[in-house]
Design a protein around this ligand. Structure first.
Ligand code: CS2
Ligand code: MG
Length: 404
């Protein structure tokens, strides 16, 4: 069997997605998600100019060899653009391999370790009443766990809080330049413990509550927030400090037992090394799409399992249904799966990417279609062309740029 065609499809059914479609000489096709939110066309160029020409004629069954060929063969390795491109190829090859075998992908990854996948949803509000209503809405949809993101008094808009209680990742701002948001860490640190106290008072001690600090704190500030939240027993505090500085998590860990989740912006296992081997985190957050594909994410899960660290793939709206499906197959098979973020997608996105995975009673299952169980309606995709869109940029009161 040989790859005879490789096509990069960019579509924007409400937000931009980049999808790689591989076709073999026997007519079997495979899909991979290559969406890098806000930098989509960089991955398109990497794929079309430097990867697609290398794929034509290759045996699609050589998944590991193709991954090594693209990773080591580039010489310039790692990084979000490279690894999103390689992820799309790897995922599409696994899709093909499983389709040829006539099996859902999870059966090639060791078979099911569980019956279904626990998820968490996004609740958000500019103020407490709005946030409490949003938590109620997620619970009514069946989510067994909820991430809570709140507005901060004095700040006009902050990460994770939509003007309306939409689903999914931050509302992309389809504009020529990134929206500028203002940030005040002290105001945030003063406010968040009270948000947890109010949510606990309303929904009780058992509801798993997650929170995403989105890389905004110094290690010392992160330690303070992690300790302040202990009383409310969070399920996890995510991205409490920019974790490229892996040593920073040692400081946080010294001061708190609040579970820590890190890694959605990481793209190789090297980014996690000390965090896992020194038990500095409890969950790894990488997605198939940003970590180089199913092949390396499975290796990450296995490495993390040796330290009792669990897998919790990143699953906002900007991971396409293709990337979502790939994660679900790995989640179902991996013994150390923890929880799956699931923000859902718009109805139009679901039409562009018909899929076998299903959300019911707060849980997901990848379905039993051969392969990933996702298709791409290319005609509908073409009807929604790419639109320039950027994530917001954060600035502090003095005007300096801060992590968003
Ligand atoms: C967030 C993401 O879901 C999360 O945990 O960190 O929504 C993140 O902001 C987006 O994926 C950025 O594109
Ligand atoms: Mg996050």
């Amino acid at each position: 069997m040989k790859i005879v065609d490789a096509k990069v499809v960019v579509t924007s059914p409400g937000r931009n997605f980049v999808t790689l479609k591989l076709t073999t000489d026997e007519g079997v096709t495979g899909l991979g998600d290559a969406t890098l939110n806000g930098r989509e066309l960089a991955v398109v160029g990497y794929l079309e100019e430097h990867v697609v020409p290398l794929l034509i004629g290759r045996d699609p069954h050589r998944v590991e060899d193709t991954w090594q060929y693209l990773y080591r063969g580039a010489y310039w390795r790692r990084g979000p653009v490279t690894m999103a491109a390689i992820a799309a190829v790897d995922t599409a090859l696994w899709d093909i391999k499983a389709k040829v075998a006539g099996l859902p992908l999870y059966q090639l990854l060791g078979g099911p370790s569980r019956e279904r996948l626990r998820t968490y949803g996004h609740a958000n509000g500019r103020d407490l009443p709005e946030l409490l209503d949003s938590v109620r809405a997620r619970l009514a949809e069946g989510y067994p766990a909820v991430r809570i993101q709140s507005g901060v008094p004095g700040l006009e808009s902050v990460y994770g809080v939509h003007v309306t209680d939409g689903v999914g990742a931050p509302v992309l701002h389809q504009r020529a330049l990134p929206l500028v948001e203002n940030w005040d860490t002290d105001a945030y640190l003063r406010h968040i413990p009270g948000v947890f106290e109010a949510v606990r008072a309303e929904f009780g001690p058992e509801l798993p509550l997650l929170h995403d600090a989105h890389h905004r704190l110094t290690p010392n500030q992160a330690a303070r927030l992690a300790r302040d939240l202990e009383a409310y027993r969070p399920y996890w505090l995510e991205d409490c400090t920019p974790a490229e500085n892996q040593e920073g998590l040692r400081l946080v860990r010294r001061h708190s037992t609040t579970p820590l989740a890190i890694g959605e912006v990481f793209n190789t296992l090297h980014d996690y090394q000390a965090l896992i081997t020194e038990q500095l985190i409890d969950y790894v957050r990488s997605s198939v799409t940003h970590f180089g594909g199913v092949t390396p994410l499975r290796k990450l899960f296995d490495f993390a399992a040796q330290y009792q660290v669990k897998g919790a793939p990143h699953g906002p709206e900007d991971i396409s249904p293709v990337g979502t499906a790939a994660a679900l197959h790995l989640d179902l098979a991996a013994h150390n799966f923890g929880i799956q973020e699931y923000a859902g997608h718009t109805p139009l996105t679901e039409e562009v990417f018909p899929h076998a995975y299903a959300f019911a009673d707060g849980h997901l299952h990848p379905g039993d279609e051969p392969g990933l169980g996702v298709e791409l309606d290319e005609g509908l995709a073409a009807a929604h062309p790419y639109e320039p869109a950027y994530l917001p940029v954060n600035r502090l009161k003095d005007g300096s740029v801060h992590d968003w």
